[in-house]
Design a protein around this ligand. Structure first.
Ligand code: ZN
Length: 433
């Protein structure tokens, strides 16, 4: 399948981080990456490929054939800002059923209004024998919506701007209340249309827009979708892992003999990464340790490996928005379609340094790819990524890159297709060494 078609399918089947991790696993499995379970003993073989999942996170790696001296690790995140269903969600207001939600991360709240929304995520249920099971669900057959107040009741909204109270104004309407004897609660009855269970114990469920990804522009040169931050990077990373493992980095090549290729896909970046599955967890360290044992690495050689490694943090960059030109540093404007963005910040909210940025600049030159440099305006504060988290926790030299993206953290973001293809090429080149 063409990379862009596969990308569109990946986006349309990844309404939550859990689904994204499943989608990644499917793509890795067809490229001969073997699944591992963290709870079991690993019997890794040199020269083989593996992946391991931890909730909505995933780590994939391709082991070198002889020794372990270097590593190229590319990393992205599987989560996006969203609205998360509260533990006791059902609310009745007159004849309407509503669903309580919390805000996950920092979405542009107004973009969630007046949309057709599904419920998606993971549930933990007990079956008829009360065996506990975890299941992924996408409840797309009974859309919800968050209705905006009419302009006639909010006369100066266009002049003064829309202010949304997260508790009062973001409660989705699930439908009109039906008082039927024996009716089970709203969420349980909706779930029972999709999966079988006896007891609903708990869940991590989110709202997700039902609108699918679409190519935009006169030649389909743009792509609009939810969750492009950061599924674009996750898709580029998984694509690069597959191509690099299957081609020149394969058995026999120089880099394949002593260099580890790894891709990390972390959940929970949008809420600060400090979770069991997030980039601040020991997940990466744990996997590296288990791999190190295959090559009999001791404290000394493990430290050497980290110093010889490169971590490439891949996350969306702020594309120049022509309607707000005063919001950008005039000499550092990432333009849609002008290629990969190298991100810098003096306070190291992006982890790029001169030596790590040079690695990207050199790879781009060798691959004939153009790149753009980005810094935030000096009078604005900068966002961040998993880059500084890994740099600080692991001490691995790190660089922050991404592709330009418009409408970041809105329910529908926009990128240029060509930039995505460039990112796939760059990451493949880096993994091949
Ligand atoms: Zn991001």
């Amino acid at each position: 399948m063409h990379i862009l078609e596969d990308f569109k399918s990946f986006l349309d089947h990844s309404p939550t981080s859990f689904h994204a991790a499943e989608q990644l696993a499917e793509r890795l499995a067809v490229q001969d990456f073997q699944p591992l379970d963290e709870k079991e003993a690993w019997h890794l073989e040199k020269g083989k490929r593996y992946f391991v999942m931890r909730g909505g996170s995933l780590c994939a790696f391709s082991l070198p054939a002889i020794g372990l001296e270097k590593a190229t690790i590319i990393g992205s995140h599987t989560d996006s800002p969203s609205l998360k269903i509260k533990p006791l969600p059902e609310i009745t207001n007159h004849n309407m059923t509503l669903v309580g939600v919390e805000v996950y991360g920092s979405p542009l709240l107004s973009s969630w209004l007046n949309r057709d929304l599904a419920i998606a995520g993971r549930v933990v249920v007990g079956d008829a024998q009360d065996r506990v099971e975890e299941k992924l669900v996408l409840l797309d057959d009974a859309p919800l919506t968050i209705p905006q107040l009419a302009i006639h009741l909010d006369r100066d909204v266009n002049e003064k701007g829309l202010v949304l109270n997260k508790q009062e104004h973001l409660v989705p309407l699930a439908g009109l209340h039906k008082e039927k004897p024996g009716n089970s609660p709203y969420l349980e009855s909706l779930l029972k249309r999709h999966i079988q269970f006896k007891t609903l114990y708990s869940f991590d469920l989110f709202l997700a827009p039902l609108e699918v990804a679409r190519f935009l522009g006169s030649d389909g040169e743009l792509l609009a979708s939810c969750r492009l931050d950061n599924l674009a990077s996750a898709h580029a990373c998984v694509t690069a892992m597959g191509i690099a493992a299957g081609t020149a980095a394969g058995p026999g090549s120089e880099s394949h003999k002593t260099s580890l290729s790894m891709a990390m896909f972390w959940d929970h970046e949008e809420i600060g990464s400090r979770t069991t599955d997030g980039a601040a967890s020991p997940f990466l360290h744990d996997v590296l340790r288990r791999i190190g044992r295959v090559y009999s690495l001791d404290e000394e050689t493990f430290s050497q490996l980290k110093a010889n490694a490169l971590f490439v943090s891949v996350d969306a960059a702020h594309a120049f928005n022509p309607n707000y030109k005063q919001k950008y540093e005039p000499h550092h404007l990432p333009l849609l379609g002008h290629g990969i963005v190298l991100k810098y910040n003096a306070d190291q909210k992006y982890a790029s340094t001169a030596p790590t940025a040079a690695r990207i600049a050199q790879a781009a030159k060798n691959l004939n790819l153009s790149y753009q440099s980005y810094v935030t305006r000096s009078d604005l504060t900068c966002g961040s990524t998993v880059g500084p988290v890994v740099a600080y926790q692991m001490g691995i030299p790190t660089v922050d890159i991404g592709i330009p993206l418009l409408s970041m953290h809105s329910i529908r973001e926009i990128i240029a297709c060509h930039d995505h293809l460039d990112m796939c090429t760059l990451l493949t080149g880096l993994l091949k060494g």
